[in-house]
Ligand binder design. Structure first.
Ligand code: SAH
Length: 621
């Protein structure tokens, strides 16, 4: 089975079922989410599920099986009574930073309750995804959700920000009770500010009296305010360059780092990563330091470092390593590679102890390090009605950090958008810029859904994005690309008409923006001659009116005047119109860019209100 990359967000994940009905409901959920289904050995035997790779069994107690998974799992989905779940997990609860997301599904799959770790653990989003799959309803009771608001404690997750100290509960509570919260952002992307839902409660100007403060900063300096709760996010902008005498241990490296950070009031949570020279790639202390703080450890060649101009070059170092600077140059280089450039904000500090010595320097990047590979999801949103979007595409739309598409398509999927989701619209003519923007954001580390109406691979954005990726030398891996098919206009139109595409068919776009006219005419002739049922996309615009006339003339050379033709406009949208006509008369009716034109083959006929192209079997019988 094809496993959606996007749904690995909640790994490791286990769904738990204790009845055959719950197994029926949750096995497909576990499979799509690339997780496991846990059930008792006897139930697995009864249902003959022993060989299923997604199935895990427990032989004694369910409570023990849950306990074993509690600290390692990101998500647990229970198919049993909420009360039973509460009793099972009560002894295991620790805190909302580490407890897994817990979701409970009722026996029919109609209600999907986000029970635990709804915000930071992502339980609310998981509940929405599961509800989406089961066509049920997600029950979310967290403060921000009820109001269609974003949660302060989730705000920075897409940008890889780290949650710092503060009274998160009180700041969240202030927003949930619709009290204004001051935002002081001195670092990190401000992209999020442009897409806040109405009535969001954030105050950026500092003019109003506020009930709490959220700071977004690389510093760690919550001022004390009696009765005024504060919390801080830390965008990862700081690249720490380090050099050391071979064998310097973790203790001294850490001491040096923390001393430098403390001196400048920088939060360790604002560190993007550690950087050094290739020679140090195997330096055990540095590796341990990176691991301890959950940071990448990147190294550069001496030549690369030597090219940087730094305030404190050293002739001795140059002689030993081949670059006059390690710490300063590595910090700067890292900002150039990962942070869109930057500047040195802490010059080299040397910390010595016995035979050991460390140099530390810090550079601040222009753009924060997200720390996860971005994704590009190329999503077909179908003809227009929400029910005609595939569940996988709906999930992609809901999960993406950023949506990119034409205004009209974004409006059509509006109910699927999450509060606070970044949505960038572009005018119809700027496809290329749109692709480049999507790629840029995904290369940075965001999950970007590029939306096309119908199918994204049929006169849509999928090809354009892949072509642009090729131009920038994409390695095929990062950002990850996934295509989500959609119902194309010709399929949607055909469904409204009956069965006109029942035999060989083709689609031809009459837009000559990207295709030479000659080629279009040639294909029209070939399709007409070969008796294909033909769907004409982009049939006529205000400027381009001749091609549809030429198309009609070409088809009339090969097909009879009474060949059935359907003009289907805005199919599955509120203003849908369908005109059933003939090849001879088709131009007597309005045709525009929201219309798809279906021309029958020589056997296509009308019966009642239905258009039928014979499948062909009867003729042979
Ligand atoms: N990717 C889209 C096609 C985009 S090209 C798809 O797979 O459907 C744009 C053309 O598609 C329009 O000019 C029109 O011919 C057709 N089209 C798209 N949506 C339509 C709709 N809802 N009703 C009728 N035609 C539609």
């Amino acid at each position: 089975m094809h496993q959606l990359k996007l749904l690995k967000t909640f790994h490791p994940l286990t769904a738990i079922a204790v009845t055959p009905q719950a197994v029926k409901l949750l096995l497909p959920v576990a499979e799509t989410l690339t997780g496991k289904l846990l059930l008792s050995e006897s139930l697995a035997e009864e249902l003959n599920l022993g060989g299923n790779p997604a199935v895990e069994t427990y032989d004694h107690s369910l409570a023990m099986a849950i306990e074993e998974r509690w600290s390692t799992h990101k998500a647990l989905i229970f198919g049993l009574a909420t009360g039973a779940v509460v009793r099972l997990i009560a002894p295991l609860l620790h805190d909302k930073q580490t407890d897994p997301a817990v979701v409970v599904v009722d026996a029919m799959g109609t209600s999907v309750i986000s029970l635990l770790s709804g915000h930071q653990g992502g339980g609310d989003r998981l509940a929405e995804i599961v509800a989406e799959q089961l066509q049920g309803k997600a029950i979310l009771t967290g403060g921000a959700n009820g109001l269609g608001q974003i949660a302060v404690d989730c705000l920075g997750i897409p940008f890889g920000w780290r949650r710092g100290t503060g009274d998160w509960t009180a700041v969240s509570a202030a927003l949930a009770s619709q009290k204004p919260v001051a935002v002081q952002q001195t670092a990190g992307s401000t992209l999020w500010q442009g897409y806040l839902p109405p009535g969001h409660g954030f105050n950026f100007s500092g003019t109003e009296a506020t009930a709490a403060t959220l700071t977004i900063t690389v510093q760690d300096n919550l001022p004390e305010h009696q009765g005024h709760p504060m919390a801080q996010w830390h965008p990862r902008l700081l690249w720490v360059g380090m050099g050391c005498v071979r064998g310097t241990d973790l203790a001294l490296l850490e001491k040096a780092l923390l001393e430098v950070l403390a001196r400048e009031n920088f939060s360790p949570l604002a560190i993007a990563g550690l950087a050094s020279v290739h020679l140090k790639a195997d330096e055990v202390g540095m590796q341990q330091l990176a691991q301890k703080y959950d940071l990448p450890f990147v190294t550069f060649s001496a030549k690369q470092l030597a090219a940087q101009s730094v305030p404190n070059p050293s002739a001795v170092v140059n002689q030993e390593v081949g670059t006059p600077s390690v710490a300063e140059a590595a910090a700067l280089t890292a900002t150039q590679v990962y942070g869109e450039g930057g500047k040195l904000i802490v010059e080299k500090v040397i910390v010595k102890q016995d035979q050991q010595a460390v140099t530390v320097a810090i550079a601040q990047g222009k753009r924060e390090y997200i720390g996860k590979p971005g994704q590009l999801w190329l999503v077909g949103t179908g003809p227009g009605e929400l029910s005609q979007i595939s569940p996988a595409a709906r999930t992609a739309i809901r999960e993406a950090d950023v949506l990119i598409g034409y205004g009209l398509y974004l409006d059509l999927i509006d109910p699927l958008r999450r509060p606070g989701q970044i949505c960038e619209t572009f005018p119809l003519t700027q496809e290329r810029q749109r692709c480049q923007r999507a790629i840029e954001l995904a290369q940075w580390g965001l999950t970007v859904a590029v939306l096309s109406s119908g199918d994204c691979g049929i006169y849509g954005m999928a090809g354009l994005v892949l072509e642009e990726l090729e131009k920038v030398g994409w390695d095929g891996q990062t950002p990850g690309v996934e295509v989500f098919p959609g119902i194309s206009a010709f399929q949607a139109a055909a469904a409204r008409l009956g069965a006109p595409l029942m035999h060989d068919f083709c689609a031809i776009s009459l837009s000559d923006l990207l295709t030479p006219r000659e080629k279009i005419l040639q294909r029209l002739t070939a399709a007409a001659q070969a008796d294909f049922v033909t769907a004409l996309y982009n049939p006529k615009s205000q400027k381009r009116t001749v091609l549809i006339e030429q198309a009609q003339a070409i088809f009339l050379q090969w097909r009879s005047t009474d060949t059935p033709v359907a003009l289907v406009r805005s199919v599955y949208r509120r203003d849908e119109t369908i005109v059933r006509t003939t090849l001879a008369e088709m131009l007597d009716f309005p045709i525009d860019m929201l219309t798809v034109v279906l021309i029958g083959n020589s056997n296509t006929y009308n019966y009642q209100d239905y258009l039928i192209t014979p499948r062909g079997y009867y003729a042979n019988a």
